[in-house]
Write a protein that binds this ligand. Sequence first.
Ligand code: SF4
Length: 355
Amino acid sequence: VSEDLKTELANELWASTPGLSLSKVKEQMFYKVGLADAVDLFRTRRVFIKDGFAYVPFKEIDAIVLNNYRTKLSKALALTARSLPSIQSDERLQPLLNHLSHSYVGPDYSVQKNTGKISLEQIDALSVKSFPLCMRQLHKALRDSHHLRHGGRMQYGLFLKGIGLTLEQALEFWKKEFIRGKVDADKFDKGYAYSIRHNYGKEGKRTDYTPYSCMKIIMSNPPSQGDYHGCPFRHSDPELLKQKLQSYKIPPSGITQILELVKGMHYQLACQKYFELTHEVDDIGFSLNHPNQYFTESQRLLSGGREPKKELSNSGNSQQKNNSQESMNLNSTPTSSNTTADTELEGLEAYFTED
Ligand code: SF4
């Protein structure tokens, strides 16, 4: 609706739109839509009607979009249900259909525009600030036991590749950690280095492997005893998950919400809730499908790309303190102080705002 028309109708808009003062009417954008599209608003007397059109304020436009989407979706579902028997009888399409609900169609994070932008000294601090729980768990297990089994090395190694570690950095990172455990340098070079080069497409079939999506992590290769890979929301015992979240100073109400989502098998939503609580935002603002997406969005947010919650709770402050503490504990080699790491991270966060 143009400014002129809005001024002309200001009194009517104000009188017919609950919750808006006259000054708010002047600030708010209005959309002129066909009455049929605004039946719900019309029925509950929340919209101004004139000459067969509804004047819908911006704050109510989601109801119109939602209705439209719902109508289109139910039409498409009805159509699909009708065509399904004939599609299912085609053997070529059957496997495709069976995997459709598990397939991941988002970015594969195989192109690392940020390659080489991360230093190995930053990883401890990043694992606390910006890694999803699955990768934070793997990183901690690696630092604690100086080893990860194959499933963990694949999941974590490819994630690190996706956030920008070069092959040389990856070799150095894994070797430094493994030789602090039971593996000597020679054994590392002969055994483990091959699979790292393999992940980077330098050995075997020379496939440039892509980091795993949430769906792949959740649906395949569940961890056994002694494994740390997988999705903690899917594969951890709820009591252990609760203890882990408590140790990360997630507030009790947040833990309850996360456990409820886990109980309903909404693992990615539980992870989104974890993101919101650890980043102090009310709404995550994206739909989570990939651990590398979690990392990129976290860096974007921490660099000031989005507004955090205005009021920081005490628990949030203690979370930050605790995070710093954990970061120090994780890094038993005194490579750099937290202050240095934080300074380095600032530059990195700025990098991730470039899109
Ligand atoms: Fe990792 Fe995805 Fe599970 Fe989150 S939902 S912990 S990103 S696998």
